[in-house]
Design a protein around this ligand. Structure first.
Ligand SMILES: *Cc1c(COP(=O)(O)O)cnc(C)c1O
Length: 366
Protein backbone atom coordinates (compact mmCIF):
# COMPACT_ATOMS: atom_id res chain seq x y z
CA UNK A 1 0.00 0.00 0.00
CA UNK A 2 1.37 3.44 -0.91
CA UNK A 3 1.77 5.88 2.00
CA UNK A 4 -0.86 8.15 0.38
CA UNK A 5 -3.49 5.40 0.61
CA UNK A 6 -3.30 5.64 4.40
CA UNK A 7 -4.01 9.39 4.55
CA UNK A 8 -7.81 9.15 4.73
CA UNK A 9 -7.65 6.71 7.63
CA UNK A 10 -5.13 8.80 9.54
CA UNK A 11 -7.22 11.95 9.01
CA UNK A 12 -10.36 10.15 10.19
CA UNK A 13 -8.51 9.07 13.32
CA UNK A 14 -6.80 12.41 13.97
CA UNK A 15 -8.74 15.49 12.80
CA UNK A 16 -11.69 16.46 15.00
CA UNK A 17 -14.99 15.07 13.69
CA UNK A 18 -16.66 18.51 13.76
CA UNK A 19 -13.84 19.95 11.63
CA UNK A 20 -13.98 17.06 9.13
CA UNK A 21 -17.68 17.77 8.59
CA UNK A 22 -17.13 21.46 7.80
CA UNK A 23 -16.74 23.11 4.44
CA UNK A 24 -14.01 25.75 4.18
CA UNK A 25 -15.11 29.41 4.25
CA UNK A 26 -16.58 30.00 0.77
CA UNK A 27 -14.72 32.47 -1.43
CA UNK A 28 -16.18 32.66 -4.95
CA UNK A 29 -14.04 32.84 -8.09
CA UNK A 30 -14.71 36.32 -9.39
CA UNK A 31 -12.73 36.78 -12.61
CA UNK A 32 -14.74 38.86 -15.06
CA UNK A 33 -17.66 39.22 -12.64
CA UNK A 34 -19.41 42.17 -11.02
CA UNK A 35 -18.50 41.47 -7.41
CA UNK A 36 -21.21 42.47 -4.95
CA UNK A 37 -20.84 39.55 -2.54
CA UNK A 38 -18.30 40.56 0.09
CA UNK A 39 -18.91 44.22 1.06
CA UNK A 40 -15.67 45.32 -0.52
CA UNK A 41 -15.27 48.95 -1.51
CA UNK A 42 -15.58 49.07 -5.33
CA UNK A 43 -13.26 52.08 -5.61
CA UNK A 44 -9.50 51.83 -5.98
CA UNK A 45 -7.30 54.30 -4.15
CA UNK A 46 -6.19 57.35 -6.18
CA UNK A 47 -2.73 57.18 -7.85
CA UNK A 48 -1.13 59.63 -5.39
CA UNK A 49 -2.11 57.43 -2.42
CA UNK A 50 -0.90 54.32 -4.24
CA UNK A 51 2.44 56.04 -4.88
CA UNK A 52 2.79 56.81 -1.18
CA UNK A 53 2.03 53.19 -0.31
CA UNK A 54 4.51 51.93 -2.92
CA UNK A 55 7.25 54.15 -1.46
CA UNK A 56 6.49 53.04 2.09
CA UNK A 57 6.52 49.37 1.10
CA UNK A 58 9.74 49.76 -0.94
CA UNK A 59 11.54 51.31 2.04
CA UNK A 60 10.47 48.56 4.45
CA UNK A 61 13.19 46.03 5.23
CA UNK A 62 11.95 42.43 5.16
CA UNK A 63 14.89 40.74 6.90
CA UNK A 64 13.80 41.70 10.43
CA UNK A 65 10.74 40.74 12.43
CA UNK A 66 8.21 43.55 12.96
CA UNK A 67 9.33 46.01 15.66
CA UNK A 68 8.06 45.55 19.19
CA UNK A 69 7.05 49.19 19.56
CA UNK A 70 3.86 49.91 17.65
CA UNK A 71 3.11 53.15 19.52
CA UNK A 72 3.37 55.35 16.40
CA UNK A 73 0.84 53.20 14.52
CA UNK A 74 -1.32 53.06 17.63
CA UNK A 75 -1.39 56.86 17.81
CA UNK A 76 -2.15 57.14 14.09
CA UNK A 77 -5.08 54.71 14.44
CA UNK A 78 -6.43 56.56 17.49
CA UNK A 79 -6.33 59.88 15.67
CA UNK A 80 -7.76 58.56 12.40
CA UNK A 81 -10.64 56.58 13.89
CA UNK A 82 -11.63 58.54 16.99
CA UNK A 83 -10.43 56.06 19.60
CA UNK A 84 -10.37 57.65 23.08
CA UNK A 85 -6.87 58.70 24.13
CA UNK A 86 -7.04 56.61 27.34
CA UNK A 87 -8.06 53.39 25.58
CA UNK A 88 -5.72 50.52 24.83
CA UNK A 89 -5.51 49.04 21.31
CA UNK A 90 -4.88 45.51 20.07
CA UNK A 91 -4.15 44.95 16.38
CA UNK A 92 -5.18 41.84 14.47
CA UNK A 93 -4.55 40.24 11.10
CA UNK A 94 -8.11 41.22 10.18
CA UNK A 95 -10.75 41.37 12.88
CA UNK A 96 -11.30 37.65 12.28
CA UNK A 97 -8.07 37.05 14.19
CA UNK A 98 -9.21 39.33 17.02
CA UNK A 99 -12.40 37.27 17.39
CA UNK A 100 -10.23 34.17 17.94
CA UNK A 101 -7.99 35.93 20.46
CA UNK A 102 -11.01 37.03 22.50
CA UNK A 103 -12.52 33.53 22.63
CA UNK A 104 -9.15 31.89 23.34
CA UNK A 105 -8.37 34.24 26.20
CA UNK A 106 -11.81 34.09 27.81
CA UNK A 107 -13.45 30.69 27.29
CA UNK A 108 -12.68 27.40 28.95
CA UNK A 109 -13.85 24.43 26.84
CA UNK A 110 -17.65 24.39 26.66
CA UNK A 111 -18.19 27.90 27.99
CA UNK A 112 -20.65 30.04 26.09
CA UNK A 113 -20.10 32.64 23.39
CA UNK A 114 -23.41 34.36 22.61
CA UNK A 115 -24.68 36.54 19.79
CA UNK A 116 -28.00 37.54 18.24
CA UNK A 117 -28.55 35.26 15.27
CA UNK A 118 -28.23 35.31 12.31
CA UNK A 119 -25.16 37.48 12.54
CA UNK A 120 -21.54 37.26 11.43
CA UNK A 121 -20.85 33.53 10.79
CA UNK A 122 -17.30 33.80 12.08
CA UNK A 123 -18.51 34.36 15.68
CA UNK A 124 -19.92 30.82 15.55
CA UNK A 125 -16.95 29.33 13.67
CA UNK A 126 -14.27 30.87 15.90
CA UNK A 127 -16.15 29.81 19.03
CA UNK A 128 -16.33 26.22 17.83
CA UNK A 129 -12.72 26.06 16.63
CA UNK A 130 -11.64 27.33 20.05
CA UNK A 131 -13.71 24.73 21.95
CA UNK A 132 -16.29 27.18 23.24
CA UNK A 133 -20.05 26.64 22.94
CA UNK A 134 -21.84 29.01 20.58
CA UNK A 135 -25.31 30.26 21.51
CA UNK A 136 -27.23 32.13 18.80
CA UNK A 137 -30.30 34.03 20.01
CA UNK A 138 -32.83 34.30 17.15
CA UNK A 139 -33.73 37.74 15.84
CA UNK A 140 -37.41 38.56 15.43
CA UNK A 141 -39.21 37.64 12.17
CA UNK A 142 -38.52 41.21 11.00
CA UNK A 143 -34.80 40.61 11.72
CA UNK A 144 -34.75 43.01 14.68
CA UNK A 145 -32.93 42.37 17.95
CA UNK A 146 -35.08 40.40 20.42
CA UNK A 147 -33.92 42.05 23.64
CA UNK A 148 -36.09 40.02 26.05
CA UNK A 149 -34.80 36.79 24.44
CA UNK A 150 -31.23 38.09 24.68
CA UNK A 151 -31.61 38.83 28.40
CA UNK A 152 -33.15 35.39 29.08
CA UNK A 153 -30.33 33.67 27.15
CA UNK A 154 -27.63 35.68 28.94
CA UNK A 155 -29.11 34.67 32.29
CA UNK A 156 -29.39 31.00 31.23
CA UNK A 157 -25.99 30.56 29.53
CA UNK A 158 -23.79 33.02 31.47
CA UNK A 159 -21.69 33.72 28.35
CA UNK A 160 -18.07 34.67 28.79
CA UNK A 161 -18.33 36.70 25.60
CA UNK A 162 -21.27 38.41 23.86
CA UNK A 163 -20.63 39.56 20.29
CA UNK A 164 -22.88 42.30 18.93
CA UNK A 165 -22.30 43.26 15.30
CA UNK A 166 -23.59 46.83 15.03
CA UNK A 167 -24.69 47.29 12.25
CA UNK A 168 -25.47 43.59 11.98
CA UNK A 169 -24.18 41.45 9.11
CA UNK A 170 -25.96 39.97 7.10
CA UNK A 171 -29.20 41.75 8.03
CA UNK A 172 -27.97 45.36 8.07
CA UNK A 173 -29.91 46.27 11.23
CA UNK A 174 -28.65 48.74 13.80
CA UNK A 175 -29.47 47.71 17.38
CA UNK A 176 -30.91 50.48 19.60
CA UNK A 177 -28.52 52.09 22.10
CA UNK A 178 -30.72 51.30 25.09
CA UNK A 179 -30.86 47.61 24.09
CA UNK A 180 -27.05 47.51 23.83
CA UNK A 181 -26.78 49.21 27.22
CA UNK A 182 -29.17 46.63 28.75
CA UNK A 183 -27.08 43.76 27.33
CA UNK A 184 -23.86 45.31 28.65
CA UNK A 185 -25.46 45.67 32.09
CA UNK A 186 -26.75 42.08 32.10
CA UNK A 187 -23.68 40.31 30.67
CA UNK A 188 -21.53 38.56 33.28
CA UNK A 189 -18.44 38.71 31.03
CA UNK A 190 -17.24 40.67 28.05
CA UNK A 191 -19.41 42.43 25.44
CA UNK A 192 -17.66 43.00 22.11
CA UNK A 193 -19.25 45.53 19.77
CA UNK A 194 -18.17 44.60 16.26
CA UNK A 195 -18.36 47.88 14.35
CA UNK A 196 -17.12 46.57 10.98
CA UNK A 197 -19.78 48.71 9.22
CA UNK A 198 -19.56 51.79 11.46
CA UNK A 199 -18.21 53.98 8.59
CA UNK A 200 -21.64 53.73 6.92
CA UNK A 201 -23.66 55.06 9.87
CA UNK A 202 -23.40 57.76 12.54
CA UNK A 203 -23.87 55.30 15.41
CA UNK A 204 -20.84 54.14 17.39
CA UNK A 205 -20.04 52.97 20.89
CA UNK A 206 -16.40 54.09 20.61
CA UNK A 207 -16.67 57.29 22.74
CA UNK A 208 -18.30 55.16 25.50
CA UNK A 209 -15.89 52.23 25.31
CA UNK A 210 -14.43 53.01 28.74
CA UNK A 211 -17.76 53.76 30.45
CA UNK A 212 -18.55 50.15 31.48
CA UNK A 213 -16.10 47.59 32.92
CA UNK A 214 -16.86 44.92 30.29
CA UNK A 215 -16.92 46.52 26.82
CA UNK A 216 -14.57 46.36 23.84
CA UNK A 217 -15.12 47.92 20.41
CA UNK A 218 -13.76 46.08 17.38
CA UNK A 219 -13.30 47.61 13.93
CA UNK A 220 -11.72 46.66 10.62
CA UNK A 221 -10.47 48.57 7.58
CA UNK A 222 -11.77 45.82 5.27
CA UNK A 223 -15.05 47.52 4.43
CA UNK A 224 -13.55 50.98 3.77
CA UNK A 225 -11.37 50.07 0.82
CA UNK A 226 -8.59 48.02 2.40
CA UNK A 227 -9.88 44.43 2.47
CA UNK A 228 -6.62 43.26 0.91
CA UNK A 229 -4.55 44.54 3.83
CA UNK A 230 -5.95 42.38 6.63
CA UNK A 231 -6.05 44.83 9.54
CA UNK A 232 -8.47 45.00 12.45
CA UNK A 233 -8.28 46.79 15.79
CA UNK A 234 -9.81 46.28 19.18
CA UNK A 235 -10.20 49.22 21.60
CA UNK A 236 -10.93 49.11 25.30
CA UNK A 237 -9.59 49.46 28.81
CA UNK A 238 -5.79 48.92 28.69
CA UNK A 239 -6.06 46.11 31.28
CA UNK A 240 -8.45 44.13 29.04
CA UNK A 241 -6.15 44.72 26.07
CA UNK A 242 -3.12 43.54 28.07
CA UNK A 243 -4.84 40.21 28.88
CA UNK A 244 -5.88 39.55 25.29
CA UNK A 245 -2.42 40.52 24.05
CA UNK A 246 -1.02 37.45 25.83
CA UNK A 247 -2.61 35.05 23.32
CA UNK A 248 -1.73 37.11 20.23
CA UNK A 249 0.65 35.25 17.92
CA UNK A 250 3.96 37.12 17.96
CA UNK A 251 4.40 39.48 14.99
CA UNK A 252 0.81 38.97 13.80
CA UNK A 253 0.84 42.33 12.03
CA UNK A 254 3.42 42.07 9.27
CA UNK A 255 5.72 44.92 8.28
CA UNK A 256 4.14 45.46 4.85
CA UNK A 257 0.67 45.86 6.34
CA UNK A 258 2.05 48.29 8.92
CA UNK A 259 3.86 50.31 6.26
CA UNK A 260 0.91 50.42 3.87
CA UNK A 261 -1.56 51.29 6.60
CA UNK A 262 0.62 54.09 7.97
CA UNK A 263 0.84 55.56 4.48
CA UNK A 264 -2.92 55.24 3.82
CA UNK A 265 -3.90 56.82 7.12
CA UNK A 266 -2.16 60.02 6.03
CA UNK A 267 -4.93 60.14 3.39
CA UNK A 268 -7.83 59.28 5.69
CA UNK A 269 -10.21 61.79 4.00
CA UNK A 270 -9.98 59.65 0.82
CA UNK A 271 -11.30 56.64 2.75
CA UNK A 272 -14.02 58.77 4.34
CA UNK A 273 -15.09 60.10 0.97
CA UNK A 274 -15.37 56.59 -0.53
CA UNK A 275 -17.47 55.42 2.43
CA UNK A 276 -19.70 58.49 2.16
CA UNK A 277 -20.31 57.78 -1.52
CA UNK A 278 -21.40 54.19 -0.79
CA UNK A 279 -23.59 55.41 2.05
CA UNK A 280 -25.25 57.97 -0.21
CA UNK A 281 -25.85 55.33 -2.90
CA UNK A 282 -27.43 52.87 -0.45
CA UNK A 283 -30.93 54.37 -0.16
CA UNK A 284 -31.48 54.94 -3.91
CA UNK A 285 -30.43 51.31 -4.52
CA UNK A 286 -32.75 50.13 -1.74
CA UNK A 287 -35.67 52.09 -3.23
CA UNK A 288 -35.02 50.74 -6.73
CA UNK A 289 -34.83 47.16 -5.43
CA UNK A 290 -37.99 47.58 -3.36
CA UNK A 291 -39.84 48.71 -6.49
CA UNK A 292 -39.21 45.32 -8.15
CA UNK A 293 -42.04 42.75 -7.96
CA UNK A 294 -41.97 40.44 -4.93
CA UNK A 295 -38.92 42.10 -3.36
CA UNK A 296 -38.57 43.14 0.28
CA UNK A 297 -35.54 45.20 1.29
CA UNK A 298 -34.59 45.22 4.96
CA UNK A 299 -33.38 48.51 6.47
CA UNK A 300 -29.58 48.67 6.41
CA UNK A 301 -26.98 50.85 8.09
CA UNK A 302 -24.12 49.09 6.28
CA UNK A 303 -22.68 49.14 2.74
CA UNK A 304 -25.01 46.31 1.76
CA UNK A 305 -28.69 45.39 1.58
CA UNK A 306 -30.45 42.20 2.59
CA UNK A 307 -33.24 41.45 0.16
CA UNK A 308 -36.00 38.81 0.25
CA UNK A 309 -37.45 37.44 -2.99
CA UNK A 310 -40.98 36.07 -2.72
CA UNK A 311 -42.29 36.37 -6.27
CA UNK A 312 -42.28 33.69 -8.98
CA UNK A 313 -38.58 32.93 -8.38
CA UNK A 314 -37.15 31.97 -4.99
CA UNK A 315 -33.87 33.22 -3.57
CA UNK A 316 -31.83 30.31 -4.94
CA UNK A 317 -33.20 30.84 -8.45
CA UNK A 318 -32.51 34.58 -8.43
CA UNK A 319 -28.99 33.97 -7.10
CA UNK A 320 -28.31 31.44 -9.85
CA UNK A 321 -29.75 33.67 -12.57
CA UNK A 322 -27.50 36.55 -11.47
CA UNK A 323 -24.50 34.24 -11.37
CA UNK A 324 -25.22 33.18 -14.96
CA UNK A 325 -25.06 36.89 -15.83
CA UNK A 326 -21.72 37.14 -13.99
CA UNK A 327 -23.08 39.14 -11.08
CA UNK A 328 -21.97 37.78 -7.72
CA UNK A 329 -24.05 38.40 -4.61
CA UNK A 330 -24.31 36.30 -1.45
CA UNK A 331 -27.05 33.71 -1.07
CA UNK A 332 -28.41 33.26 2.47
CA UNK A 333 -31.54 31.34 1.38
CA UNK A 334 -30.39 28.12 2.98
CA UNK A 335 -28.33 29.62 5.82
CA UNK A 336 -31.05 30.09 8.46
CA UNK A 337 -34.87 29.83 8.51
CA UNK A 338 -35.13 33.56 9.29
CA UNK A 339 -33.19 34.28 6.08
CA UNK A 340 -35.33 32.14 3.75
CA UNK A 341 -35.08 33.46 0.17
CA UNK A 342 -32.74 36.25 1.28
CA UNK A 343 -29.79 37.48 -0.76
CA UNK A 344 -27.23 40.02 0.42
CA UNK A 345 -26.06 42.65 -2.03
CA UNK A 346 -23.06 44.93 -1.48
CA UNK A 347 -23.53 48.52 -2.61
CA UNK A 348 -21.23 48.82 -5.62
CA UNK A 349 -20.11 51.59 -7.93
CA UNK A 350 -23.02 53.30 -9.76
CA UNK A 351 -22.48 51.30 -12.99
CA UNK A 352 -22.45 48.03 -11.01
CA UNK A 353 -25.65 48.93 -9.16
CA UNK A 354 -27.29 49.83 -12.47
CA UNK A 355 -26.18 46.52 -14.04
CA UNK A 356 -27.58 44.62 -11.06
CA UNK A 357 -30.95 46.40 -11.27
CA UNK A 358 -31.14 45.86 -15.00
CA UNK A 359 -30.39 42.14 -14.61
CA UNK A 360 -32.94 41.76 -11.82
CA UNK A 361 -35.61 43.50 -13.88
CA UNK A 362 -34.98 41.00 -16.67
CA UNK A 363 -34.86 37.99 -14.36
CA UNK A 364 -38.01 38.90 -12.42
CA UNK A 365 -40.11 39.74 -15.47
CA UNK A 366 -39.07 36.69 -17.54
C1 LIG B 1 -16.48 41.62 7.32
C2 LIG B 1 -16.70 41.51 8.79
C3 LIG B 1 -15.63 41.31 9.65
C4 LIG B 1 -14.33 40.81 9.10
O1 LIG B 1 -13.37 41.70 9.13
P1 LIG B 1 -11.89 41.36 8.64
O2 LIG B 1 -11.18 42.48 9.28
O3 LIG B 1 -11.92 41.42 7.16
O4 LIG B 1 -11.47 40.04 9.18
C5 LIG B 1 -15.86 41.35 11.02
N1 LIG B 1 -17.11 41.50 11.50
C6 LIG B 1 -18.16 41.64 10.69
C7 LIG B 1 -19.51 41.80 11.27
C8 LIG B 1 -17.97 41.63 9.31
O5 LIG B 1 -19.04 41.71 8.50
Amino acid sequence: MSPAAGVAGRIAGTVRADIRELAAYPVAHAEGCIKLDAMECPYELPPQVRDDIARAVRDTPLNRYPAADLSALRQAVKTAFGVPEAAGLLFGNGSDELIHLIVQACCNPGEAVLSPWPSFVYFDMAARFDHARFVGVPLTADLELDLPAMLVAIEAHQPKVVFLAVPNNPTGGLWPDDAIAAIIAAAPGLVVLDEAYQPFTDATWMPRVLDAPNVLVMRTVSKIGLAGLRFGYLAGHPDWIAELDKVRPPYNLDVLTQAALTAVLRHKPVLDEQAARLRADREPLAAALAALPGVRVFPSAGNFLLVRFSGKLDGNAVHQALKTRKILIRNFSNAHPLLADCLRISVGAPAENAALLCALQEILSA
